[in-house]
Design a protein. Structure first.
Length: 240
């Protein structure tokens, strides 16, 4: 994708929706050479203000937007004054250590958790979740997570469970096609987040399965993900 061309198209379409007549073709080339070197003060016709990062994080976490997760590292790098996305790792490590997370319990080679190197122990996940639980942003962070049976990657799962609407958690999947045996190999299917117990307490949890095989994607959804979702509901009912 060409970011400049995309921005041009998005701007033309937004102006059109706002009732501004634009004669340029939305899908046309981005004529950079035709742009003036500078604009006179007061000549702006439109501006775009990005939403707060919390809204971006909500999208990434609700639907497992992997590209967005990777770009998160790039944004961290920018805070360190670098345009090299890898410079985001020291920023992330410093945050984890400040949050009380044992960085030796985490391995990362990207932002989305899809690299073979990527690992995180249940202990590290719970340390991070406990950190957020005791910050002013605790409720806002919890609301960015998928809700069991209601939205995000947990939408439609365990809809008849007692824990529906009371489990806020991020799913994680490592799976691929086993061509030799013509089946789906599941390295891991996990879920981690918060439970609102029957007594109203908010507790952290982690549940998951590792190293199994199922016939196909339908079986993976109906058996593996559904079972992990149900496990989170059982934990919720038992108080974590």
């Amino acid at each position: 994708m060409d970011p400049a061309a995309f921005g041009r198209t998005a701007l033309i379409e937004a102006l059109t929706r706002a009732g501004v007549m634009v004669t340029a073709d939305p899908g046309g080339a981005n004529d950079e050479d035709g742009l003036p070197a500078a604009y006179a003060p007061g000549s702006d016709v439109a501006s775009y203000v990005s939403p707060p990062f919390s809204q971006y994080a909500r999208l990434v976490l609700k639907v497992s937007h992997n590209l967005g997760a990777n770009l998160g590292l790039c944004l961290m790098a920018v805070t360190a004054g670098s345009t090299d996305c890898a410079a985001g790792f020291p920023v992330l490590r410093a945050f984890l250590e400040a949050a009380g997370v044992d960085s030796e319990q985490v391995q990362l080679a990207d932002g989305r958790g899809g690299d073979p190197v990527d690992r995180a122990t249940p202990a590290a996940a719970n340390q991070l979740l406990r950190y957020w639980l005791h910050t002013p942003d605790a409720e806002a962070f919890r609301d960015t997570l998928p809700v069991l049976g209601e939205d995000g990657t947990l939408d439609g799962f365990c809809t008849g469970c007692a824990g529906v609407g009371k489990v806020f958690a991020k799913t994680g999947t490592v799976a691929g096609f086993d061509a030799l045996n013509e089946r789906l190999a599941v390295g891991a299917e996990t879920v981690a987040g918060y439970l609102v117990t029957p007594s109203g307490e908010i507790r952290t949890f982690f549940a998951g399965v590792n190293n199994l095989a199922v016939a196909d994607l339908d079986a993976f959804i109906s058996q593996v993900i559904e079972d992990v979702a149900e496990a989170s509901s059982i934990l919720q009912q038992q108080g974590g």
